[in-house]
Design a protein around this ligand. Structure first.
Ligand code: 9MR
Length: 351
């Protein structure tokens, strides 16, 4: 090869590497050594554009609903792993990691459990059995679990729930002791899985994130098995004042030695007539960027996930009775929104 040819070859290689790398969130995340994920529904994998976007842009997924009690446990005796297995198979086929969500929550529980008039002893046995069976089924396939989801009220007190005090698992009135118990069962079920506590409205420093922090600090000081904290980041208020202290909050959690995952990010826009306007999309993009930057600059923040990825399928309009919508980085036609560009840029710059 002549010198000129070598120069041409080098130039071509540069152009090609530009074309082959860094075109997607997933490629930038791989390069940065972080996980970028989305919540997904097994039945939607049938839709080619849904499946191809998910596999192209993300190196992690989580089951939006398929692994919850209400989905996985139609009766006391029967476990329905089939939809969850389909998600896991998809993830494997596309070399994606799977986050598990969730093993104990006050919502999405089957009627037979809610209305079963079980004693605390029976509830305790049901939860232990559930955690054990589900985690063993997904052993080696699900690398991290939201073991317990959303126990705190906004003021930092423990919320009433089937697992806490209605009737609870025998630890009623003992604050976070039932979380501790669930974590211990989870560690025993799959010692290799990373165990998380997951909650919303905990981005910045506030009474609720103070309560999460105090719980994790206590658990770490006593050797209770907890590996990470999931910060959901469902943003509905575009002022997003709480984000002013997100760095401090992530830093104080990181100082406890746990990982942080952003687990359920979405930013609901006020639904006027038709499409959201440019200003709203820009503000949404700023919020996405703000949260991605905070995560990517914190070495302990190892995964960043959105709650779905296309506006075609999102829980927000249903939940807000149509008042909010379009919360995700892809629009309903799978077109990239400014929020997507902001994420791509944040991942490109990484930490
Ligand atoms: O997005 C989920 C929606 O489809 C379900 O109907 C709802 C009830 O189970 O749960 C939604 O996901 C929630 C998640 O599991 C926990 N954090 C809040 C999420 C939004 O409500």
């Amino acid at each position: 090869m002549t010198f000129k040819q070598t120069l041409w070859a080098a130039a071509l290689l540069l152009i090609l590497s530009g074309a082959c790398f860094g075109q997607t969130l997933r490629e930038y995340a791989d390069r940065a050594g972080v996980l970028v994920g989305a919540a997904a529904e097994p039945r939607l994998l049938e839709e080619p554009e849904y499946a191809s976007t998910l596999a192209r842009e993300f190196n992690m997924l989580t089951a939006e609903n398929a692994l919850k009690w209400g989905a996985i446990r139609p009766t006391r005796e029967r476990f329905n792993f089939e939809p969850g297995d389909r998600l896991v198979a998809f993830a494997r086929a596309h070399k994606m990691k799977v986050r598990g969500h969730c093993l104990a929550w006050s919502e999405y529980n089957p009627r037979w459990l809610e209305k079963g008039s079980f004693t605390p002893e029976q509830m305790s046995e049901l939860l232990r059995e559930h955690i054990t069976k589900v985690m063993r089924h997904y052993r080696g396939k699900v690398f991290a679990w939201d073991v317990v989801n959303e126990i705190f009220l906004a003021d930092g007190s423990v919320e009433s729930s089937v697992w806490y005090d209605q009737p609870g698992i025998g630890l009623k009135g003992k604050g976070t002791a039932y979380v501790e118990q669930a974590l211990r069962w989870a560690r025993a079920a799959d010692p290799d899985a990373q165990l998380f506590y997951n909650d919303y409205d905990t981005e910045g420093i506030n009474p609720k994130s103070d309560a999460v922090y105090a719980m994790v600090k206590d658990f770490r000081s006593r050797g209770v098995p907890i590996d990470g904290v999931g910060i959901q980041a469902h943003i509905v208020d575009l002022e997003a004042k709480d984000l002013a202290t997100i760095e401090q909050n992530l830093a104080r959690l990181a100082a406890l030695g746990v990982q942080i995952h952003i687990t359920e990010l979405d930013v609901g826009l006020p639904s006027g007539a038709g499409q959201p306007d440019a200003a709203a999309l820009k503000r949404q993009a700023e919020i996405y960027r703000r949260i991605a930057d905070a995560c990517l600059r914190q070495p302990k923040c190892t995964a960043f996930q959105t709650w779905g990825f296309t506006d075609k399928y999102t829980w927000i309009p249903g939940y807000t009775k149509g008042a909010k919508g379009a919360p995700l980085p892809f629009d309903a036609a799978y077109k990239k929104k400014p929020a997507y560009d902001a994420l791509l840029e944040a991942f490109r710059r990484r930490r």
